[in-house]
Design a protein around this ligand. Sequence first.
Ligand code: ZN
Length: 299
Amino acid sequence: MGPGRLPPTVGASRVVGVDLGGTKILAGIVDDDGRVRETRERATPTSSQDALIEALLETVEELRDSDVAAAGFAVPARVDRRTGVALGAVNIPLHELSLRDELGVRLGLPVAAINDASAAALAEHRFGAGRGSSNLVMLTLGTGVGGGVVIDGRLYDGWAELGHMVVVLDGEPCFGACSGRGHVEAYCSGTAADRVAERELGPGATAHDLVDQRHPALTPIGHCLGAAIGSLVNVFDPEVVVIGGGFGIAAGDLLLVPARSAVLREALAPGGQQVRLAPAELGVAAGMIGAALVAYEAL
Ligand SMILES: [Zn+2]
């Protein structure tokens, strides 16, 4: 327990879920039925790991009351679920950090950690677009591209870094700490779409300008996304592929319609015909709700 802190009330029944994104931190008090009560949002400090940790702690403390019994953190990093260690991230300064121990000790609460897109997949499976499905794949299109997989109703515990699948051999360099080329992230992330926007519309333009204008440059992005989804259908045979993340949700059908055509071509029958492509129903709250779900497991 942290110095000078009161322990949670006996029988405390709520948790704080925190979604650490590449650009912002979103946190909220979440009930065990997925209902979000109160939220806080702040910019993600990217100057150092210490600044990042302080911001996460402050965000939890702002929300915390005596009814909060645990905290869960969804982070854009590869996370060892057994140990709660963030092994490394592509787009933020997070490396070999034991979130469970470091944040747990400082907060004086049980803490769980999970990859952010896996958290979103868990939440969409439990409460959102994937309710009732056995096999689900989630792709989050934000600063980067994250992935999560549910198999036979259970979250797959491996990395599921679906954004770092190769879709173009020797293609565009990937971002941040990733040394690869031609990865989904380099074509379908919000960051990649920002670059397309600057090329099409001029300096300072962003992915949101493309969406606002329903710009045709979104079509090849959707096509590329669909090719990736087609491969995922061939591997996992999911009933539903959920598309989330800030850019994915904002673009919606502007990506999903061309993606559907590519899925029909790339996926083996009848997977391509049967798979449902669905926008995330929980919106940008999915990661936060998934973080809360693993916090409940930590109680
Ligand atoms: Zn990559």
